[in-house]
Design a protein. Structure first.
Length: 584
DNA sequence: GCCGTTTTCGGCCCGACTGTTTTCAGTCG
């Protein structure tokens, strides 16, 4: 899919134009890039179907950008952008990532010292050149030195699975400090906001919000900057402070008064694009929206601000859950009261992808079943690896049958329903790793690709589509194969995969492992357009993995899924019916 | 460069913090 490539191209052009001090155009380019990233459909398909007119129908894309996109799709490059490239430092993108450097300073540095990238910048800092520059001083040089260090340490985003527990930990430490320092704050209102609250798969930094009267705010800030493991206090004020932890994560804290708490929560939760849309609606209605509240433009009186709900309401919108706030059409839907009723954690009745020590899991069958029952599930599926997955102790048929025997025995002791399943390798030729007579005895067949990741797109697509054609396959596990921050998704044509899956009634997995989150939100949205059903599974190896359901659920919500879209919300009898139907 | 039940031209989100300034520009989110 070309969406990502084209968005990158536009972001790059925006950086260069901003460097050239061109006004407004960078914003227009970034907005267009953002829309393309969140399109949920292959832009190439749109262009092939409806030409340039199809492109200009996308909000933020007009005549000119549509031309550029068309040119890129036809020729593989954009002449105008090629010419732009020589007009800014080669390392523009990385320099922009240094905290404290924007377009203006970058230009100054390039003009004065020929600084083209981060390593040039580092040299200049070490030679103490910067402090001689107008409007720079010793302090700004020191700050940039630290910013470069920070960039080198960790300029990548943190996985949700790491950020969420870390945020929980920081917040409880902050609460404890506030309590012992007798700060007058409502502890229940210290919560995380930002992309973390939207449950994005990766987080740039952790944003925390607290509520306190003005005179108490500094006390909260003091508690915050004196937390253990603080490496650096980046800034500290009465409403906003910023720290960096020793392990490299940046954390912001904002403190607002009670009458602004809802507005601040709304504002800091973002996304930025969602907020800009909201503010424009506010302006049209004669209001002004900021992190302090919704105000009448004329009387400057506050109209809303205590809660998020009243802000959305006064703007003529139903409440929009944080996971949807990505400027993907949620505001239009909210205006028409047409938002999906998102799936909730209580809707899930079972976990249908997990491992035991029969293959590479760490716990016994009995332990996993016991824990799942303790979690209140109605059913689970045990899905150990099939025989070809040697590296993961894949099971020969005899061992699989021994597991069935044990499941039958345990079924008498536990109330929870236990489905006999397997995570069956989809072999290179698209066939499955057990013969049909074994597969047909299984309650659930979860098909997965674990090898040959670098195959060309056509080959991988054929492999998966062919497996989907097997009547005994029920679920396609971690369909893109990506490992967050480690391995890119394999090349595969998802249009073909989703089409085949829809035609054969197969279920798409949303794998909840923090390092997978696969399908991701964008692919979920696309798959839903094909009318597909999903399951949210943990792919657990230990009992503590069973709790990672929250991450997969988050992605499902970000993908606009409702209870009905997800088969493991169905009661046991209906679930069995779904998989039976697939086979006959 | 985009967009329009205020506009086809003239707008384009809004406020905090910092550093180097004597009143503000740059950056960030």
């Amino acid at each position: 899919m070309k969406n990502r490539e084209i968005a990158e191209l536009l972001y790059e052009a925006a950086d260069i134009l901003e460097y050239q001090q061109v006004e407004w155009k960078p914003r227009a380019y970034r907005k267009a890039a953002q829309m393309i990233e969140n399109l949920g459909e292959d832009i190439k398909k749109i262009y092939e179907r409806s030409g340039k007119d199809g492109l200009t129908e996308i909000p933020g894309i007009g005549e000119s950008i549509a031309d550029h996109i068309a040119e890129y799709l036809e020729t593989g490059k954009v002449e105008k952008f090629e010419k732009l490239k020589g007009k800014a430092p080669s390392g523009t993108a990385e320099l922009m990532e240094i905290r404290g450097i924007g377009a203006k300073k970058m230009k100054k540095l390039a003009d004065a010292f020929g600084i083209m990238n981060v390593s040039d910048l580092k040299e200049a800092i070490n030679a103490h050149k910067l402090r001689k520059l107008e409007n720079f001083g010793e302090k700004s040089e020191e700050n940039l030195a630290r910013a470069v260090e920070q960039y080198e340490k960790s300029h990548s985003r943190i996985a949700l699975g790491k950020a969420l527990p870390l945020a929980d930990e920081i917040i409880s430490a902050l609460k404890a400090r506030c309590k012992s320092a007798r700060c007058k704050v409502d502890l229940a209102k210290i919560i995380y906001t930002g992309s973390l609250r939207r449950l994005r798969e990766t987080i740039g930094d952790i944003d925390i919000l607290a509520e306190a009267e003005k005179e108490e705010a500094l006390k909260v800030m003091d508690a915050f900057v004196s937390l253990p493991d603080v490496e650096e206090v980046v800034l500290k004020g009465s409403t906003k402070s910023s720290i960096i932890l020793k392990e490299g994560t940046a954390i912001d804290l904002r403190v607002v008064t009670p009458e602004s708490y809802g507005a601040a929560l709304q504002y800091f939760t973002g996304s930025k694009e969602h907020n800009i849309e909201l503010r424009n609606i506010a302006i049209k209605k004669g209001y002004k929206l900021s992190e302090y509240g919704l105000y009448s433009k004329e009387s400057e009186k506050q109209i809303a601000g205590k809660s998020e709900e009243e802000i959305y309401e006064k703007l003529g919108l139903v409440y929009i859950p944080p996971e949807l706030r990505e400027s993907r059409g949620e505001i239009k839907a909210a205006a028409k009261n047409a938002l999906p009723k998102l799936i909730e954690v209580g809707d899930l009745r079972g976990d249908i992808h997990m491992h035991t020590n029969y293959s590479e899991g760490k716990e016994s069958l009995e332990t996993m079943i016991g824990e799942a029952e303790a979690l209140g599930y109605e059913y689970i599926a045990v899905t150990d690896h099939s025989r070809s997955q040697r590296i993961a102790s894949g099971m020969e048929i005899e061992k699989l049958k021994a597991q069935w025997y044990e499941i039958d025995k345990l079924s008498k002791r536990f109330k929870i329903k236990i489905l006999k399943g397997s995570e069956v390798e989809i072999l290179k030729d698209g066939s499955l790793d057990y013969p049909d007579e074994v597969l047909k005895e299984l309650d659930i067949v979860v098909g997965a690709v674990h090898s040959g990741f670098s195959a060309p797109e056509k080959k991988m697509t054929e492999r998966i589509v062919s497996a989907i054609g097997n009547r005994y396959l029920d679920i396609l596990a971690h369909p893109s194969g990506r490992l967050l921050g480690k391995r890119e998704a394999y090349a595969v044509n998802f249009e073909n995969v989703f089409e085949a899956a829809a035609a054969n009634g197969k279920v798409m997995e949303i794998n909840s492992q923090p390092s997978r989150l696969d399908l991701n939100d964008e692919l979920i949205l696309r798959a839903k357009n094909f009318g597909l059903k999903f399951c949210i599974s943990t792919d657990s190896y230990t009992i503590s993995d069973l709790a990672s359901m929250r991450y997969g659920l988050g992605q499902a919500r970000r993908g606009w899924l409702e209870k009905e879209d997800v088969v493991n919300t169905y009661p046991y009898s209906r679930l069995k019916e779904v998989f039976k139907k697939i086979k006959h």
